[in-house]
Ligand binder design. Structure first.
Ligand SMILES: [Zn+2]
Length: 305
C-alpha cells in the first residue's frame, strides 16, 4: 500500500482512552490475548483508561459461550478495564450494540441525506467474476433504490488519501485501499455493518487510542474516511497502533477456534495463567519467566516478529 510520512509529533501525550474490542464469534486465542496485553501495557504507560467494547452486532455468529469466554479470559489474566460491562448479564442488559441501534440508524440517515449511500444487490460471487475486491459489479445504483428490500447499502468511499495519526508519532497519508472501495455500511438484512458501528461507538465512548492488528490497517483507513463523512464524529482524530500478528508454530495467522491454542482449551485444561503467559512469551520470542501480564514490557511486545 502506498503511504507518505507527513510529520512527527508525540501523540502518546494526547491519548486518554483505549479499548478492548473483542467479538463473540469464536473462542479467543493467544493472538487476542497478546492484543489485550499490549493494549493494557500501552494504557498503563500513557495513563489511558480502557473501555471493554464487545462487538455483537453480527448475530449470526454470536454464541453465549463465546461471550462468556471473553469475560472469563479477562478475569483469568486479571486484565484491567475501567469502563464497560462487568459480566454477561450486565453486557446483555446495558452494553450490547443492540441497545445502540438508534445511534447507528442516525449515522446511516446522515450519510443517506448527504448522498453518500447507494443500494447494491451484488454478491461476493458477482464481485469475484468481475475481478473486484470490493464495490459494486453491476452499476446497481442506477437501477435500484435504497428502500428496495434485501439490498446492501454501500458508502461511496473517497478517492483521496486518508491521514492516520500513529502512536509512533507520525501522521501518515495512505492511499484509499482497493479492498475497501464502497464498503458496506448496512447489510441486506437491514442491520448496520461492522465499520459503521465501530466508528459510531468509538466516538460515543470517547475512545482516542485504537490498538488493533496490522491486518485491520485497511479497515482503519476506511473508518477514518467514514468518520470524515459524519458530523461530530471524532474517530478520524484517534491515534492508531497497528500491532504485528502472532502466528502459530507453522507461521500461519491464528484463527478463532477450539484448537489447541484457543484460550478456552488452555484454560479448561487447567493451565495456570503463568503457564499460558509463558507460552505466549515463547511465541513472542521473549525468553524470561512471566507470571503476570505486567511482566511484559512495551518494547518486548512491540518487537515480535
Ligand atoms: Zn451492485
Amino acid at each position: 500500500m502506498n503511504c507518505n510520512v507527513l510529520k512527527t509529533s508525540l501523540p502518546a501525550e494526547k491519548v486518554h482512552k483505549t479499548r478492548y474490542a473483542p467479538t463473540p464469534s469464536g473462542y479467543l486465542h493467544l493472538g487476542n490475548l497478546y492484543s489485550f496485553i499490549l493494549t493494557a501495557t500501552i494504557a498503563r504507560n500513557t495513563s489511558a483508561s480502557i473501555l471493554l467494547r464487545i462487538d455483537d452486532m453480527d448475530r449470526d455468529r454470536f454464541r453465549q459461550e463465546y461471550l462468556q469466554n471473553i469475560f472469563k479470559t479477562l478475569r483469568f489474566f486479571e486484565l484491567p478495564y475501567q469502563e464497560g460491562p462487568k459480566d454477561e448479564v450486565d453486557f446483555l442488559k446495558y452494553w450490547s450494540q443492540q441497545h445502540r441501534l438508534d445511534n447507528y440508524t442516525k449515522a446511516l440517515d446522515e450519510l443517506r441525506q448527504k448522498g453518500l449511500l447507494y443500494p447494491c444487490a451484488c454478491t461476493r460471487t458477482d464481485l469475484q467474476k468481475a475481478g473486484l475486491l470490493s464495490g459494486c459489479a453491476r452499476d446497481c445504483s442506477t437501477k435500484l433504490r435504497l428502500d428496495d428490500p434485501g439490498l446492501n447499502w454501500r458508502y461511496r468511499t473517497p478517492e483521496q488519501s486518508q491521514f492516520l495519526q500513529l502512536f509512533t508519532g507520525e501522521t501518515i497519508a495512505y492511499d484509499f485501499p482497493v479492498s475497501m472501495k464502497d464498503f458496506i455500511v448496512r447489510k441486506r438484512d437491514g442491520t448496520p455493518a461492522y465499520q459503521l458501528c465501530s466508528v459510531v461507538d468509538d466516538t460515543r465512548f470517547g475512545v482516542n487510542l485504537v490498538v488493533r492488528g496490522v491486518d485491520l490497517l485497511e479497515s482503519s483507513i476506511a473508518q477514518v474516511a467514514l468518520s470524515h463523512s459524519l458530523d461530530n464524529n471524532t474517530y478520524a482524530t484517534a491515534v492508531h497502533f497497528h500491532h504485528p500478528l502472532l502466528t502459530d508454530k507453522a507461521g500461519y495467522k491464528l484463527s478463532k477456534s477450539e484448537g489447541a491454542e484457543s484460550l478456552h482449551t488452555l484454560i479448561k485444561s487447567s493451565s495456570t495463567p503463568s503457564q499460558i503467559l509463558t507460552l505466549l512469551a515463547q511465541r513472542c520470542g521473549i525468553n524470561h519467566l512471566v507470571s503476570h501480564w505486567t511482566d511484559f514490557t512495551y518494547s518486548e511486545l512491540t518487537s515480535i516478529v
